[in-house]
Design a protein around this ligand. Structure first.
Ligand SMILES: [Zn+2]
Ligand SMILES: [Zn+2]
Length: 155
Protein backbone atom coordinates (compact mmCIF):
# COMPACT_ATOMS: atom_id res chain seq x y z
CA UNK A 1 0.00 0.00 0.00
CA UNK A 2 1.49 3.37 -0.90
CA UNK A 3 1.07 6.60 0.99
CA UNK A 4 -2.21 8.17 0.07
CA UNK A 5 -1.27 11.52 -1.42
CA UNK A 6 1.97 13.36 -1.97
CA UNK A 7 2.60 17.02 -1.37
CA UNK A 8 2.70 17.71 -5.10
CA UNK A 9 -0.57 15.86 -5.72
CA UNK A 10 -2.20 18.06 -3.09
CA UNK A 11 -0.80 21.26 -4.63
CA UNK A 12 -1.92 19.99 -8.04
CA UNK A 13 -5.47 19.50 -6.78
CA UNK A 14 -5.59 23.05 -5.34
CA UNK A 15 -4.46 24.48 -8.72
CA UNK A 16 -6.97 22.31 -10.56
CA UNK A 17 -9.76 23.40 -8.19
CA UNK A 18 -8.95 27.10 -8.59
CA UNK A 19 -8.91 26.77 -12.38
CA UNK A 20 -12.25 24.90 -12.42
CA UNK A 21 -13.84 27.48 -10.10
CA UNK A 22 -12.83 30.38 -12.31
CA UNK A 23 -13.81 28.43 -15.48
CA UNK A 24 -17.27 28.05 -13.93
CA UNK A 25 -17.42 31.83 -13.63
CA UNK A 26 -17.38 31.74 -9.84
CA UNK A 27 -15.51 34.27 -7.80
CA UNK A 28 -12.46 33.06 -5.93
CA UNK A 29 -12.18 33.86 -2.26
CA UNK A 30 -14.44 33.70 0.74
CA UNK A 31 -15.52 30.45 2.33
CA UNK A 32 -15.01 28.49 -0.88
CA UNK A 33 -11.34 29.43 -1.07
CA UNK A 34 -10.87 28.64 2.63
CA UNK A 35 -12.48 25.20 2.13
CA UNK A 36 -10.32 24.49 -0.94
CA UNK A 37 -7.16 25.51 0.93
CA UNK A 38 -8.07 23.29 3.86
CA UNK A 39 -9.05 20.26 1.75
CA UNK A 40 -5.85 20.64 -0.27
CA UNK A 41 -3.94 19.72 2.88
CA UNK A 42 -6.00 16.60 3.61
CA UNK A 43 -5.10 13.01 2.90
CA UNK A 44 -8.59 11.79 3.54
CA UNK A 45 -12.12 12.92 4.22
CA UNK A 46 -13.54 15.41 6.71
CA UNK A 47 -17.09 16.12 7.84
CA UNK A 48 -18.54 19.59 7.24
CA UNK A 49 -18.35 20.14 11.00
CA UNK A 50 -14.66 19.20 11.09
CA UNK A 51 -14.02 21.55 8.17
CA UNK A 52 -15.77 24.42 9.95
CA UNK A 53 -13.97 23.70 13.24
CA UNK A 54 -10.60 23.77 11.45
CA UNK A 55 -11.46 27.05 9.71
CA UNK A 56 -12.63 28.65 12.95
CA UNK A 57 -9.39 27.58 14.66
CA UNK A 58 -7.30 29.15 11.88
CA UNK A 59 -6.60 32.87 11.85
CA UNK A 60 -8.69 34.96 9.48
CA UNK A 61 -12.32 34.52 8.52
CA UNK A 62 -14.70 32.26 10.42
CA UNK A 63 -17.32 31.07 7.95
CA UNK A 64 -20.64 29.83 9.28
CA UNK A 65 -21.91 26.27 8.79
CA UNK A 66 -24.22 27.43 5.97
CA UNK A 67 -21.32 28.87 3.96
CA UNK A 68 -19.29 25.70 4.49
CA UNK A 69 -22.19 23.57 3.20
CA UNK A 70 -22.70 25.94 0.25
CA UNK A 71 -19.00 25.77 -0.62
CA UNK A 72 -19.04 21.95 -0.38
CA UNK A 73 -22.14 21.71 -2.59
CA UNK A 74 -20.51 23.87 -5.25
CA UNK A 75 -17.24 21.91 -5.11
CA UNK A 76 -19.17 18.62 -5.32
CA UNK A 77 -21.16 19.89 -8.33
CA UNK A 78 -17.90 20.82 -10.04
CA UNK A 79 -16.58 17.26 -9.35
CA UNK A 80 -13.73 18.76 -7.32
CA UNK A 81 -14.84 17.10 -4.12
CA UNK A 82 -16.16 13.59 -3.46
CA UNK A 83 -19.01 13.27 -1.04
CA UNK A 84 -18.09 10.12 0.86
CA UNK A 85 -20.90 8.14 2.45
CA UNK A 86 -19.45 5.74 5.00
CA UNK A 87 -22.78 4.48 6.24
CA UNK A 88 -23.05 6.79 9.25
CA UNK A 89 -25.30 9.80 9.72
CA UNK A 90 -22.84 12.36 8.43
CA UNK A 91 -21.38 12.80 4.99
CA UNK A 92 -17.66 13.33 4.59
CA UNK A 93 -15.85 15.22 1.89
CA UNK A 94 -12.48 14.77 0.27
CA UNK A 95 -10.59 16.17 -2.72
CA UNK A 96 -11.35 14.44 -6.03
CA UNK A 97 -8.09 14.17 -7.98
CA UNK A 98 -8.27 15.28 -11.61
CA UNK A 99 -6.50 12.09 -12.76
CA UNK A 100 -9.04 9.83 -11.02
CA UNK A 101 -6.48 8.63 -8.48
CA UNK A 102 -8.47 7.73 -5.38
CA UNK A 103 -8.69 5.58 -2.31
CA UNK A 104 -11.35 3.79 -0.30
CA UNK A 105 -12.06 3.55 3.41
CA UNK A 106 -12.24 1.13 6.30
CA UNK A 107 -14.55 2.33 9.08
CA UNK A 108 -14.42 0.98 12.62
CA UNK A 109 -17.80 0.20 14.20
CA UNK A 110 -16.24 0.57 17.64
CA UNK A 111 -14.42 3.90 17.66
CA UNK A 112 -15.48 5.30 14.30
CA UNK A 113 -11.90 5.63 13.06
CA UNK A 114 -11.67 6.00 9.28
CA UNK A 115 -8.63 4.53 7.52
CA UNK A 116 -7.79 5.30 3.91
CA UNK A 117 -7.06 2.23 1.82
CA UNK A 118 -5.44 2.30 -1.58
CA UNK A 119 -4.71 -0.90 -3.45
CA UNK A 120 -3.65 -1.24 -7.06
CA UNK A 121 -4.55 -4.94 -7.21
CA UNK A 122 -8.10 -4.11 -6.10
CA UNK A 123 -8.43 -1.40 -8.74
CA UNK A 124 -7.20 -3.66 -11.53
CA UNK A 125 -9.51 -6.48 -10.38
CA UNK A 126 -12.41 -4.02 -10.67
CA UNK A 127 -11.31 -3.02 -14.18
CA UNK A 128 -11.13 -6.66 -15.23
CA UNK A 129 -14.57 -7.31 -13.77
CA UNK A 130 -16.02 -4.37 -15.69
CA UNK A 131 -14.47 -5.73 -18.89
CA UNK A 132 -15.93 -9.18 -18.26
CA UNK A 133 -19.37 -7.66 -17.69
CA UNK A 134 -18.99 -5.32 -20.67
CA UNK A 135 -20.10 -2.68 -18.21
CA UNK A 136 -18.85 0.85 -18.60
CA UNK A 137 -18.05 1.65 -14.98
CA UNK A 138 -17.63 5.35 -14.23
CA UNK A 139 -17.56 5.16 -10.44
CA UNK A 140 -17.31 2.64 -7.65
CA UNK A 141 -17.71 2.75 -3.89
CA UNK A 142 -15.93 0.34 -1.61
CA UNK A 143 -16.09 0.65 2.16
CA UNK A 144 -14.89 -1.95 4.64
CA UNK A 145 -16.88 -2.11 7.88
CA UNK A 146 -15.69 -3.84 11.03
CA UNK A 147 -13.35 -3.32 13.97
CA UNK A 148 -9.90 -1.74 13.96
CA UNK A 149 -6.94 -3.48 15.63
CA UNK A 150 -7.29 -1.43 18.82
CA UNK A 151 -10.99 -2.16 19.21
CA UNK A 152 -10.41 -5.85 18.38
CA UNK A 153 -7.77 -6.08 21.12
CA UNK A 154 -10.19 -4.53 23.63
CA UNK A 155 -13.06 -6.90 22.85
ZN1 LIG B 1 -10.47 9.31 2.26
ZN1 LIG C 1 -11.20 2.33 -6.34
Amino acid sequence: MRSVTTQSERAEWARHAEAAISAAGLRAGGARKAVVDLLAQQDCCLTAQEIRDALVAAPGSTPGMASVYRALDTLTDLHLVHRVDLGGQVARYEPARADGDHHHHAVCRGCGAVTAIEDDALESALHQMADRLAFEVDAHDITLHGYCARCTARK
